[in-house]
Design a protein around this ligand. Structure first.
Ligand code: UPG
Ligand code: MN
Length: 862
């Protein structure tokens, strides 16, 4: 269907109507801007175009298969790449030599500890190699939005863009604030994509009427918000974030109109917020009224919807069948498909009558999904929720592509959906691309990123490295999938001729099976079927708790079950079938989310991630054996992702070993000690030199790098060993790791946005970190004490050895510095206190040592 100027930038050459549209100016200039932006991300001295030959060939073939090149790829320039690779090899040789040297000099004061440390060093070397090998060939890929416009936005105003189903998951209206979830929805509805080609599904795992009614309110507010965004091309399109901007930039030519519209929309937004806030109260009051009128006063008190019917989900007064974890499945279409809503000329439903001129006011389809919950079935957490959405959407819109977001992630760059499509439609690898992952970015993190939430080394180095192999792993949010790949269908090259979807694989729903066949034949219609009772029943059936049972859902089909982190394993399953994935880098970040800036929350998250990794290692999806079509280096990288938590066990032992300072005698773990330390220093130095080259090509800072190092140490003395312990218990008792939803509530107030940072909540897993910290502080104190006592007696070599030991202690303390700040709670607002406290602690411990020595000198040789 020829869609009228669809907000999707169908502006160019769109006849006279568009000429009066202030948007047009910015649209035309946006083609140039797109190109510039693309060049912007790739700029920097360190990246060079890697696709010159391909582009030349494409030009010569003159678009024979009709599809242009829709992304550009870049490689690290030789001047940086060659030294980087050389250093990796040099380091590998150094590690091998060190190892040989240690075995040859098996001379230690404590032989069992020596053996343990040799095993530990072996493991460090091995895991370093697993981490480093896949990084040989980083590739950056940047979407060419201008080329996509030329290819997809046709001169008659219609569009060739494929359908996208957008999934948002939420698990709780309290832990995951409703306002933030609704902002995410608004940013999706307002994305720059044809309204009749995208649909948005909210999965609510709490089955709460609050979320349903919030969605209805959101749909109403969207009738104003979305056209406003389109008319004035504003960014970002999550209102909370937009109105937070001090001076929103405006590039259009109707400044006065923009100011006026902005003011009205802002007022409406405030009212919308108030309505969301009062929802729980209103629902309660309304329910009280209905309950007081019910004929049988003995009957349980239900929760009532606005239309006077009982809510099938969870109730305020929970009872059997209406409580969290036990309620019916619900699918409700909040906004129908725009083809059926002939509201092109309608005014916004808020009654403000803004002049939207020829701006497209249509909204994408919006659907509320709450899958059935029943205590007799495993719900498989987020993966279960996503699969329910996958099936419900198959029946309704059956889009070729799917993108999913956590409820705390919003679209920051309204072109992001188009960006992902660039990779899917590209003539080179497009058809073989199963998913396009974007980096995760967070906008609530403290400026110094104390707990390494930004994880830049991972998102900007590791992922680019994988992009040069078979592609990045799936990271849980901000990732676009090809529906067929999620269905477990092979990539084109390996796909058998005739595939018949079976009930044993996909479950017992005729409509679902038909939708899969349609998806396979690419002949899906854009209009959803009529929403009659039979159809609604079928939709509820595909989100029922038992639907998955005995099918391939969660194994070979959909998001994978039984692993605490569904993301890595789902990506692995897809790569294993021979699909590739792409990493999409944009100058203006595509999405933003929130990250836990409270240490305890953050560590819980890390336990889930690392625990999930280990679970994957001990599952059918073990990277050593599964996935027959996976590339070898890609496999190495998955292996690394599944076993890295084990490293922490050795690290923990090393980190507490300074307690040896308390032993009266001198003990050496390895003799000759000086040689040993020099070797270690050289190896560690080389690692950091490699790191330096890595952050250079990744375009990140030393702070990002150190935060990563520090948080690995903190995790290694708390979360990672806990995950290993969980895994051992799991193997013995077969109990999986719990998915504890990361709390998105904050204690922040207007005075302090980062108040959470200073909230110290003690949990047992923090104990080893405290022990390590104390052991190393003690070691320094005792070392000073010993120096005082033995000043005249020690040889130069002994003094040198003591100094070397101290370097180690200081290093551990430096790595644990963010942890030390965490346990200081509010005191950490002045970190300078540590600079006073630490030396005082050293001196006191030294004094205690000296005094004890003097007192006991005659009894025990201290
Ligand atoms: O039973 C559940 C549990 C979780 N969720 C949703 O899953 C998402 C992620 O949960 P969260 O607690 O925020 O996890 P994070 O640790 O912040 O998330 C990271 O790690 C997860 C894997 O552990 C990935 O799925 C996420 O995408 C990734 O952002 C949220 O939208 C939840 O609402 C559900 O829908 N149902
Ligand atoms: Mn999250």
């Amino acid at each position: 269907m020829a869609s009228p100027a669809s907000g999707a930038g169908a502006g160019e050459g769109n006849g006279n109507a568009s000429l009066i549209n202030p948007l047009l100016v910015s649209r035309i200039s946006s083609i140039g801007a797109d190109r510039k932006a693309a060049a912007g991300v790739a700029k920097g001295k360190y990246w060079a175009a890697a696709d010159k030959a391909e582009r030349r060939a494409a030009k010569e073939n003159g678009g024979e298969d009709g599809r242009p090149l829709l992304y550009r790829s870049y490689k690290v320039k030789g001047a940086l790449l060659h030294p980087y690779r050389a250093l990796i090899i040099a380091h590998l040789i150094a590690v091998l030599l060190f190892f040989v040297w240690r075995i040859r000099h098996n001379n230690s004061d404590i032989m069992w500890f020596w053996t343990l440390s040799v095993v530990g060093d072996g493991w460090f070397g091995f895991s370093w190699l697993l981490n480093q090998l896949p990084k040989f060939n980083p590739v950056k890929t940047i979407p060419d939005l201008a080329a996509l416009r030329q290819y997809c936005d046709l001169p008659d105003g219609s569009s060739r863009l494929p359908g996208i189903d957008v999934f948002v998951t939420t698990a709780d209206p309290i832990d995951e604030p409703v306002l933030s979830t609704m902002n995410s929805i608004l940013s999706i509805l307002a994305a720059d994509y044809p309204a009749d080609r995208s649909a948005c599904y909210l999965s609510d795992d709490s089955g709460s009427l609050i979320l349903y009614e919030a969605l209805v309110e959101t749909a109403k507010f969207a009738t104003l918000w979305v056209p406003f965004c389109r008319k004035h091309s504003i960014e970002p399109r999550a209102p909370e974030k937009y109105f937070e901007l001090e001076a929103p930039s405006y590039t259009g030519s109707a400044l006065e109109e923009f100011k006026n519209d902005s003011r009205i929309v802002h007022l409406e937004y405030d009212e919308f917020k108030t309505r969301l806030e009062t929802l729980p109260d209103n629902i309660r009051k309304r329910s009280d009224v209905y309950n007081s009128m019910k004929p049988d006063q003995e009957a349980p008190n239900a929760t009532w919807m606005a239309n006077g019917t009982q809510w099938p989900g969870t109730w305020i007064e929970p009872i059997e069948n209406h409580r969290k974890g036990h309620h019916a499945g619900i699918v409700k279409v909040v906004l129908d498909h725009p083809i059926r809503r002939h509201n092109l000329s309608l005014k916004d439903s808020t009654g403000n009558n803004l002049n939207f001129g020829c701006t497209d006011v249509r909204l994408p389809m919006l659907v509320y999904v709450s899958r059935e919950k029943n205590p007799s079935y495993d719900h498989n957490k987020k993966a279960g929720a996503l699969n329910a959405q996958l099936r419900a959407s198959a029946l309704l819109s059956n889009a070729q592509f799917i993108i999913n977001f956590d409820c705390d992630h919003y679209i920051n760059n309204s072109l992001a959906l188009r960006a992902a499509i660039c990779f899917m439609l590209d003539q080179r690898e497009g058809d073989n691309t199963a998913f396009v992952q974007f980096p995760q970015r967070f906008d609530n993190v403290d400026p110094k990123d104390r707990y390494g939430n930004h994880n830049r080394l991972f998102f900007d180095a590791t992922m680019l490295a994988l992009n040069g192999l078979q592609g990045p792993s799936y990271l849980g949010t901000g990732c676009m999938f090809r529906r067929l790949a999620l269905y477990g269908i092979d990539p084109p090259h390996w796909r058998p001729e005739n595939i018949t979807p079976t009930a044993s694989k996909f479950g017992n729903s005729i409509l679902l099976l038909e939708s899969v066949s349609e998806a396979l034949n690419q002949d899906r219609s854009t209009t959803p079927p009529p929403l009659n009772d039979i159809f609604v029943d079928e939709m509820e059936m595909v989100v029922s708790a038992s639907f998955d049972k005995g099918t391939d859902w969660g194994k070979g089909v959909g998001y994978i079950y039984y692993i605490a982190t569904e993301d890595i394993v789902t990506g692995f399953r897809i790569h294993g079938q021979g699909w590739r994935s792409m990493y999409c880098t944009m100058e203006h970040d595509a999405f933003y989310g929130t990250a836990p800036i409270n240490l305890t929350e953050r560590l819980h998250q890390i336990v889930r991630w690392s625990g999930g990794s280990l679970e994957m290692f001990f599952s059918h999806n073990n990277p050593l054996i599964a996935g027959c079509r996976i590339q070898s280096l890609q496999r190495v990288s998955y292996l690394n992702m599944t076993i890295y938590p084990v490293t922490s066990l050795f690290l923990l032992i090393y980190a507490v070993s300074p307690v040896m300072w308390l032993i009266p005698d001198e003990v050496y773990i390895q003799r000759p000690f000086t040689r040993y330390v020099v070797y270690l220093l050289v190896i560690i130095l080389m690692i950091h030199m490699i790191g330096w080259l890595e952050i250079t090509w990744a375009g990140i800072t030393w702070l990002d790098y150190w935060r990563n190092e520090q948080f690995f140490m903190i995790g290694s003395t708390s979360a990672y060993p806990t995950a290993v312990l969980h895994m051992v218990v799991n193997l013995l008792t077969k109990k999986g790791i719990q998915f504890r939803v990361t709390s998105k509530q904050t204690t922040a107030d207007n005075n302090d946005k980062f108040a959470d940072l200073y909230e110290m909540r003690w949990i047992p897993m923090l104990i080893p970190s405290v022990i390590v910290l104390i052991a190393n502080i003690d070691a320094v104190g005792v070392a000073i004490g010993k120096t005082v006592v033995y000043m005249g007696v020690w040889t130069t070599a002994q003094k040198r050895h003591a100094a070397m030991g101290l370097i180690f202690n200081m290093w551990v303390m430096f790595l644990l510095y963010p942890f030390a700040l965490a346990i200081m709670g509010r005191w950490a607002k002045r970190p300078i206190i540590l600079a006073v406290l630490l030396p005082v602690a050293f001196v006191i411990i030294a004094l205690v040592y000296v005094m004890t020595h003097i007192l006991l000198a005659n009894i025990i040789p201290f």
